[in-house]
Write a protein that binds this ligand. Structure first.
Ligand SMILES: [Zn+2]
Length: 349
């Protein structure tokens, strides 16, 4: 299952390579082919292997996970991010030429078609191109999630509390109407139906203009990554499959504006209790959440874990529950095996 499906988001339009007749590969300027030779391969298999080795070495020596490429648990290849693509472009001495076409809708929507053409800088030979689209019509840009409304003052300023109520330290953290954001400051219990029953549906994003610059950059980035992958042959090592920005520092905030089916509180509590019983480390919890297709921990604390669990979809929660069960079983098996060995040594003594 892909990451975006697991998150319930729509598949994105990724950049793709544009087939170029006679597009050669980087590293060395190809000899000028005579028409009769135009369909013959211009690189040897050895050169191909050398280029892949150079890419793998660049990944190991010059690239940083989370900055140049992203690794999503459960996926085969790391995702090449813009800074990584730029490093590969420098390594192969590529001259990257982007161009954008903007299409405006009467409703304020902007669709950008970006094309990145790549030349071999020393020779000027044209190596290939990548093309990609990004639009404010994409679900993550077109809508935003309505905030929770305060039952008392009716402002959309209700947030989940970080801590349980002072007089009930063991209770589940409830809700508060943020006076800092213009609300009345009231507190509500975790199970207050006036809040839990509210739909957190998606509404049309009223601030499309704020995203125009983002979609231009995103289209260019997708096209750049696509073009570099094809021109260098790096798609043997990296992929573009995963939603761009997922592991990237320039992730746009609107990507978070997706409504999810909500997990009920009792189930969240039960999973939390299971994690506590197994004494998992934050790292183990993060890996487990990633494997279930969920976001990792935003902070390594009990609050961070609660927040991450509360954001699980029912499908992700089922995976986490199965994972916890398996760890428990493995530990039981481990325990009985150790017990067996002890018995055996006692018997032989
Ligand atoms: Zn209020």
């Amino acid at each position: 299952m892909s990451q975006e499906n697991a998150n319930g988001a729509e598949p994105v339009i990724d950049g793709h390579a544009v087939e170029e007749a006679g597009a050669a590969v980087a590293v060395a300027p190809p000899p000028v082919p005579t028409p009769a030779l135009a369909v013959a391969p211009q690189g040897t298999p050895k050169e191909l292997v050398a280029r892949l080795d150079a890419i793998k070495e660049a990944q190991k020596e010059a690239m940083e996970e989370g900055v140049d490429y992203g690794v999503i648990p459960g996926t085969e290849k790391p995702t090449l991010l813009k800074p990584g693509a730029e490093k590969l472009a420098a390594l192969f001495m590529l001259d990257v030429q982007p161009s954008n076409e903007k299409r405006w809708g009467a409703d304020g929507h902007l669709t950008v078609v970006s094309r990145v053409t790549i030349f071999h800088a020393p020779s000027g030979a044209r190596l290939g191109a990548g093309e990609a689209v990004c639009s404010t019509r994409e679900k993550k840009y077109a809508f935003r999630t309505a905030n929770l409304k305060c039952p008392q003052c009716e402002a959309e300023t209700v947030w989940r509390s970080k801590h349980p109520p002072r007089n009930e330290p063991d209770a589940e953290p409830g809700w508060f109407c943020s006076s800092k954001k213009g609300g009345c400051g009231a507190n509500f219990a975790a199970d207050d139906e006036r809040i839990t029953s509210q739909e957190r549906g998606q509404i049309d994003n009223p601030d499309l203009a704020d995203l125009w610059n983002t979609v231009v950059k995103m289209a260019t980035k997708r096209a750049l990554v696509a073009a570099v992958l094809i021109v260098t042959g790096a798609s043997a090592v990296f992929t573009q499959d995963i939603e761009d920005g997922q592991a990237s520092p320039d992730q746009a905030a609107p990507a978070k504006a997706q409504s999810r089916p909500k997990l009920d509180g009792a189930r969240v509590q039960k999973i939390g209790a299971g994690i506590a019983a197994l004494k998992l480390t934050y790292r183990e919890i993060g890996v487990m959440l990633g494997a279930a297709g969920a976001d990792g921990l935003t902070e390594e604390s009990g609050e961070g874990v609660r927040e991450a669990l509360g954001a699980l979809t029912p499908a992700q929660a089922a995976k986490v529950e199965a994972h916890l069960e398996k760890i428990a079983q493995d530990r039981d098996a481990d325990q009985s095996q150790k017990g067996g060995k002890v018995d055996g040594s006692q018997a032989s003594a």
